[in-house]
Design a protein around this ligand. Structure first.
Ligand code: EPZ
Length: 417
């Protein structure tokens, strides 16, 4: 089991290149199943979840070639298998995103129920409801979602709650359905806009992506195409919070500041000086951050994927920050570990009250989920002494070479076996 050791007390300085967004590339790779010709995806981040998705697509029969280390070509023309097995789906819930494409392109799909994960039960009822609305017969049995449809028919789909994955699954399925589909109460995340841009490049007809009402005119077939994945706003946010916590001066390059305004505003509230210039975001921080209050919400609200990172900032900030987690029922797994580093946090239901302390002290801690592990790295960057983080496979799922990027900014961080 690999671990990461982080030494505290070094202000981060320099430039960090932001990679393609994990939460955009995963649905976009699945969208490659929809076309009659290869899809070329550029700016692909080198993540464990990307490798898992490519294994799944290959399992289904798609041809996968790496044109270079950031460009992947998916050839869907020999897909014959429509079953996404439990072994793969249990390691990555985003595997459920092959459901819509397989159903729309091949009229059949069997996808293992993803099961829960550390941050919550993560049901897929909205995905199933959407496929049924498009005319599919869906049975859930023996741990599998089994869906069939001669040809999907366009429909009005009203989601019971805002769901990024369900919006993506239904959006992809609707591109090949007969007639018009209207998605109401759709998620508005920038990753959905990016997926829609990729689908349009393949020949889909989509209006309104990024709003809560998306209209899709079904077409007979989709081509391949080319698409460059949008920058990862969560990776960018994570590095900027690290810069703010360590009192440093960092420039994130190849970023998309227009997709992260609520995070940038929160960093300003914490006392950081920020300048955006095209795809570059420069942050400078002098002295100790001020505590900020957070309430997570669907985009354009404060992103739940940045909650753990800002909690780490509040741990060493001036004052007290109140954190409300409204998206997932169990996304405070990092609290117990931050307490081991000397933080002062009290949890009441989905609210955490974080009283800033002057300093944390390094200790062995354990990662539990992707963003929780990021918050432990950030805390380690400011704790006195070394912090050793175990189970860092969580980190590798969503951050490309995080210790190389942090080392290049001056951090004392290394991976040990
Ligand atoms: C996506 O997960 C992201 N993952 C998550 O990022 C992110 O936290 C989440 O959206 C919210 O922004 C990917 O894009 C691969 P949801 P997803 O469906 O689609 C409930 C990270 O750290 N729900 O928007 O699974 C659900 O339980 C990961 O990068 C249902 O009840 O999230 C949750 O409470 C973590 N029924 C809420 O809705 C459903 O059918 C939002 O979930 C679907 C969801």
């Amino acid at each position: 089991m690999q671990k990461i050791v982080v030494g505290g007390g070094v202000p981060l300085r320099g430039e960090v290149r932001i990679s393609g967004a994990k939460n955009a590339v995963l649905p976009i790779l699945c969208a490659g199943l929809l076309g009659d010709a290869p899809l070329v995806v550029r700016n692909v981040p080198n993540l464990h979840d990307v490798k898992t998705t490519l294994r799944l697509l290959a399992e289904l029969g798609a041809g996968i070639t790496l044109d270079d280390s950031f460009t992947i070509r998916i050839d869907p023309t020999r897909v014959r298998n429509h079953v996404a097995p439990y072994e793969l789906v249990k390691t990555m819930r985003a595997s459920v995103l092959v459901l819509g494409p397989l159903l729309a392109r091949h009229g059949a799909a069997e996808v293992s129920l993803p099961g829960g994960c550390a941050i919550g039960s993560r049901p897929v009822d909205q995905h199933i409801k959407g496929m049924q609305a498009l005319g599919a017969e869906v049975a859930v049995e023996h741990g599998f979602i089994k869906a069939r449809a001669r040809r999907l028919r366009g429909a009005r789909v009203v989601f019971d709650m805002v769901s990024v994955g369900a919006t993506e699954n239904v959006l992809m399925a609707a591109t090949l359905a007969e007639g018009r589909t209207v998605l109401e109460n759709a998620a508005r995340e920038p990753e959905i806009v990016d997926l829609a841009e990729c689908l349009v490049a393949m020949g889909a007809r989509i209006e309104g992506a990024g709003s809560d009402r998306i209209v899709v005119e079904g077409v007979e077939r989709l081509d391949g195409g080319e698409h460059a994945v949008v920058a990862d706003r969560i990776e960018a946010g994570t590095f900027l919070v690290a810069a703010a916590m360590t009192g440093g001066a960092v420039t994130a390059t190849h970023a998309r500041p227009d997709t992260m305004s609520v995070v940038l505003d929160k960093l300003r509230d914490a006392g950081a000086a920020l300048e955006c210039d095209g795809d570059r975001i420069h942050l400078e921080m002098r002295g100790r951050p001020r505590a900020v209050d957070l309430t997570t919400a669907p985009h354009p609200g404060f992103p739940t994927d940045m909650q753990a990172q800002f909690m780490a900032l509040d741990c060493i900030a001036e004052g007290t920050g109140v954190v409300h987690e409204n998206i997932f029922e169990n996304r405070f797994m990092h609290v117990q570990e931050l307490l081991r580093l000397g933080a002062d946090i009290r949890v009441e239901g989905n609210t955490a009250i974080v009283r800033g302390v002057p300093r944390l002290s390094g200790a062995p801690v354990m990662a539990t989920d992707l963003r929780a592990s990021a918050s432990l790295v950030l805390a380690g960057l400011v704790a006195e002494g070394d912090t050793t983080i175990d189970r860092i496979y969580h980190l590798d799922r969503g951050y490309e070479n995080i210790e190389a990027k942090l080392s290049a900014l001056g951090a004392r961080i290394r991976r040990i076996d």
